[in-house]
Structures are given as structure tokens and as C-alpha cells.
Design a protein around this ligand. Structure first.
Ligand code: BGC
Length: 412
């Protein structure tokens, strides 16, 4: 079904990998609706709001409406189960009190939607923003108003939580540095608040989104790029999220462009992109999902050549079983830290569901903007029968932010 939907592509290898990634995402969905982050890597036998929301987004682009909907229902139920904790965290902050890290809503849930009690740094705000953004995309994509109505209570809860807590220090999207404010987390909060204003009609959420956008705009380092965090002036590949998909900053914004170049130059490893310079997790290798993100950004700028290079780099990371890893190259870049993590958790995740999602998003971008030229020729036409997914998907992907929908800028 999925493969048929992909239609006829000029580049059959690329099409086959896109189909592999869709299959993999679907295979990683369990009966509850949760996406398991990495089946073969026990520490990731959970469902993260962050990973899952991007996976659901990719599946919407792939036309897999039901799978995405099941995920959103699962999230809404998981949030409903912790509603008292979400309310308490929100109210505590509105009353001017400090956050209590151990009591904040979690970043990841067990596959059945329950909260796990462990020492994982769970206070990460980004996932709640990313979920609202992804839900809003889904609703716009499929005109799923009734679903939005059904999930409204959890969406409102998440939106109010973001309004109260969204600009506070917390652990970042890499689950690190819990005392800092992270610029890419702010972008997720921006995307979530903009989505909340669309989903719930809240003008307060809209105003808060504007405030967060201003906060982001002020986080420029002396080097003329956005700063990774309040404590780190350098770049982090997740800063690409400011532009795509969240649209807190325009794709063509000069500081954004300088940030992307700094990421491309400063975080490159053997053709791929690392998370940030000092990364030591499994030796701090290159993450295919971030290489795909850079490609997404380049495609949004209209630089399809650069985007295709990113796609090719990700493509060579699939193994013969169609698995796409979390990261590559850490073992040679920093053998000591690599081995330290192997001793702790075993070999790094060889098949990460989120990696598949981001490859598919890039594939979809390339395909929509200009399909691959056939060998020896040039084609700017969409191939007959090419991907099915609702055409309005990308257009409605990001709730219309003040600074303009980023995905469509550049080439179209
Ligand atoms: C990453 C997170 C991710 C999680 C599951 C962690 O190593 O830092 O961003 O959500 O793995 O994929």
C-alpha cells in the first residue's frame, strides 16, 4: 500500500528508501499508538513526545493518516492521565514559584502511556510544543476538526503549560544541561503556542507565541549566529528548527542563514552533521536525522543541490536490512567516550525511528519541490502519480506564524 502510494519516481533507489522508512515508522508503532524510539536498543524502549511528534508529521506527509491519528490520541490520553501534575506545574509558575524539576510533566512515557519512575532527566519542555505543532499539522492536513475537538482538553492543558513554563530553564532536546534556556526549545514552544492558538482559538497563546519569538530573536551571539543556549554561545544543529519547521525565524533571515552555515561548517563529520561541538554521547558522531534537517533547511531556501547532497549522505547510512542509525562515526572521533557509552548501554541505536522520519521529510521536500532528474536528463516536473499525501499538508504544516511560513519559502 505504502509503496504504491509513493508512485513512480525518477530515482528508484531513493523511492525504495522512502518506502523502507515509512514501513519502519509503521513497524515501530505499538498497539497503544505510541512509537517505540528504537526497538533494538533497550534504553529507548519508550515513546518520546519529541520523536513521536516528528514521526507523526512524517507519516501525515506519507498519507498514513490513521497511524498519525493513533499517536495523537495516545498522547492526549497520556497527558489526560497526568492532568493534575500538568495543572499543578502550570499554576505553581503562574503564582511566581519556582519549577520543581522532579515534578514536571515527562518528556517520555512508557509505551502504555504511563509515567516511568527513574532518574532520566525528564523535565524537557520542547516535546509539548512539538506535539501541539504536529497535532495542528495533522488536523490541517486532513481537515480533522472533530479529532481536534476530542483532544481539546489535553491540547489546552499543554498550551497553558507552555504559556506558563515555556521560557524557563529545562533540559534540552538532547536531555542535557537542565539549568539553561535552550534556543531550540524556545522554537518548539513557539511552534506549540502558535498551534495552540489555531487549535483552541486562544489569543493569549498567540500573544505568548509573539513574546517567545522576540525572546528567540534576542539570542544572537557575538559571532552573528543564534546561540545554542543561555550558557553556550556556539551553535547546535537543533537551531535549524527555528526556521523549519517552527517558523519562529524566517528561512532567509541573515542570522538564520549564518547559523545554518556555522552548523554545516562547524559540526560536519564525514559528510554528516553532529549535534554540537562538545558532544560526547557515543563519541559525538554525526546524526543522520540532523543531516536530513540541514537538507530540509536547504530545500526551504531553494538550494536543492545542497538538499540532495544531504539526502545522499543519509542514504549511505541505511544498512542492508534497511536500518537507519541514530548516529555514526563516534567510535573514531572519540573512542574513549564511545566505549564508555558502549560499556553503559551497549552499541548505539542501529535503527532509530526518528531518523527514518527525518529522511522521509527530506525526501518529501525534494519530491515536492523538484523530483530527482533522471540519469542524463533534467526534470522539474512531478513524476506521474508521485506521492500522494495531501498536497495541502506542507502548506498547512506550520500554523501561520507572524514571521511567515518557512517551509514554502525559497524555491516555490
Ligand atoms: C536524544 C533525544 C531523543 C532520544 C530518543 C536521546 O539520546 O538525545 O533527543 O529523543 O534519544 O530518540
Amino acid at each position: 500500500m505504502t509503496t504504491e502510494r509513493l508512485g513512480t519516481q525518477a530515482n528508484p533507489e531513493r523511492q525504495a528508501l522512502a518506502a523502507t522508512s515509512i514501513r519502519s515508522m509503521l513497524d515501530h508503532q505499538v498497539s497503544s499508538g505510541a512509537f517505540i524510539a528504537a526497538r533494538e536498543f533497550p534504553p529507548y524502549h519508550y515513546s518520546w513526545l519529541r520523536d513521536g511528534s516528528f514521526i507523526a508529521f512524517a507519516l501525515d506527509l506519507a498519507g498514513e493518516r490513521e497511524a498519525a491519528e493513533r499517536f495523537h490520541r495516545w498522547v492526549a490520553t497520556a497527558i489526560a492521565r497526568i492532568a493534575p501534575a500538568v495543572r499543578e506545574a502550570t499554576e505553581r509558575r503562574l503564582m511566581g514559584q519556582e519549577n520543581v524539576a522532579a515534578e514536571m510533566p515527562p518528556a517520555r512515557f512508557a509505551l502504555d502511556g504511563s509515567v516511568t519512575l527513574d532518574d532520566w532527566p525528564n523535565f524537557q519542555i520542547d516535546g509539548y510544543g512539538t506535539w501541539l505543532w504536529s497535532l495542528c499539522h495533522h488536523v490541517g492536513c486532513w481537515d480533522a476538526g472533530p479529532l481536534a475537538g476530542e483532544l481539546a482538553e489535553s491540547a489546552e492543558l499543554a498550551g497553558r503549560y507552555l504559556e506558563a513554563v515555556g521560557q524557563d530553564p529545562c533540559f534540552d532536546c538532547w536531555e542535557e544541561s537542565g539549568t539553561d534556556v535552550h534556543t531550540s526549545t524556545l522554537a518548539c514552544v513557539y511552534g506549540g503556542l502558535a498551534a495552540a492558538s489555531v487549535l483552541t482559538g486562544s489569543t493569549h497563546a498567540r500573544r505568548k507565541a509573539e513574546e517567545v519569538a522576540d525572546n528567540i530573536a534576542s539570542r544572537v551571539s557575538n559571532g552573528g549566529t543564534f546561540a545554542k543556549s543561555s550558557a553556550h554561545a556556539g551553535v547546535d544543529a537543533s537551531l535549524l528548527w527555528l526556521a523549519v519547521p517552527f517558523g519562529a525565524v524566517e528561512v532567509q533571515d541573515p542570522v538564520m542563514a549564518a547559523t545554518a552555515s556555522a552548523i554545516e561548517e562547524g559540526l560536519a563529520l564525514d559528510g554528516g552533521i553532529r549535534r554540537y561541538k562538545e558532544d560526547t554521547y557515543y563519541g559525538g558522531g554525526a546524526w543522520p536525522l540532523l543531516t536530513a534537517w540541514l537538507g530540509w533547511y536547504r530545500a526551504s531556501q531553494g538550494d536543492l543541490e545542497a538538499a540532495r547532497r544531504c539526502a545522499s549522505e543519509v542514504e549511505r547510512r541505511y544498512d542492508s536490512a534497511g536500518r537507519l542509525p541514530e548516529q555514526v562515526g563516534g567510535e573514531t572521533r572519540d573512542p574513549t567516550d564511545y566505549l564508555l557509552w558502549v560499556g553503559r548501554w551497549g552499541e548505539p541505536a542501529a535503527d532509530l525511528t526518528w531518523s527514518h522520519a527525518m529522511y522521509f521529510v527530506l525526501w518529501d521536500q525534494l519530491n515536492k519541490r523538484a523530483p530527482d532528474p533522471p540519469p542524463g536528463g533534467d526534470s522539474t516536473r512531478r513524476p506521474a502519480g508521485a506521492p500522494h499525501p495531501p498536497k495541502q499538508a506542507t502548506m498547512q504544516a506550520t500554523p501561520q506564524p507572524r514571521r511567515g511560513p518557512t517551509e514554502k519559502e525559497g524555491s516555490e
